[in-house]
Design a protein around this ligand. Sequence first.
Ligand SMILES: [Zn+2]
Length: 316
Amino acid sequence: MASFLIIDPGHGGIDPGGGTNQLFKEKDLTLQISLYQYRRFRELNIPVVLTRTTDLTVTSDQRASIVKNSGAKYCISNHINSGGGRGAEAIYSNHSNATFAKTILDELEAEGMPARRVYTKTLPSNPQSDYYFMHRETGNVETIILEYGFADNNLDATFLQANWTKLAEATVRGFAEFANRPYQPPRPPNPGTNPPAPPDNWKREAVDWLFQEDLLTNEEWRTKYDQSLPLWAEAILLKRLYEKLSQNQAGQNSVEVIPFAKTDPSTNSSNTLLSYSSSTSQKPRPSLVQNESKSKETENQTLDSARHFRPWEDYV
Ligand SMILES: [Zn+2]
């Protein structure tokens, strides 16, 4: 399929570009941005080619010729500005309109790079003719020159250095919008290349509790806090829970409530009773309960504290 878009990484080889500073060379940053965009446009099924893919010297004539003969409808020529100023600029041809340039500049602005201006420039000697060869010599390919920011402005330079990927993506988004092509944000990085952030403690505790209670037993699940269990696994978990509750229910029928003071005089609380299962098959598991006069209050307190800390409520 013929390419729809051609991306031109400005400069290259013996020409580092004027948008060069101590942090980066314009030819390198424009290549990084362009290669990123090339990959993204392919992901979005937008046919795309590049004028260069490496640190190659490309003359103005060669560059314009590659674009003109690419068969593409549109061209984005990526550059970094210099000469005093702040923010991004988009320059369009005198023979087209500002829509393409403006749509993309708006996206760069939304990503945090100030939009300086969208403009067109003609030759002083011939107001019909574009000033820049990328507009003048590229035939019917609608070309914009995109200056992502000023290399000689500290704010722009540090922002470009830290956020060039976001700005490259903003251009992809803007182009998709302009060309009316479906846009999907980039996929998250592959697991392993960028380890996920450690989970909140309550997530780990919640999953650990399932193991502690033998509701989950396969250790593979222990670290998969944010994943869903398959239906069969959920069914097994519910079955185990049901069996556990049934067992407890059977045990509770034979519980004897013994006044605590009679079995352990060391406690000072006369309200406290000790209850435990009288089942001989299980080790007695003591639990503290309150006498009748306090039980309602305790129940309310328990409910209150449960309401106060239920971080999972928003998630399940
Ligand atoms: Zn340049």
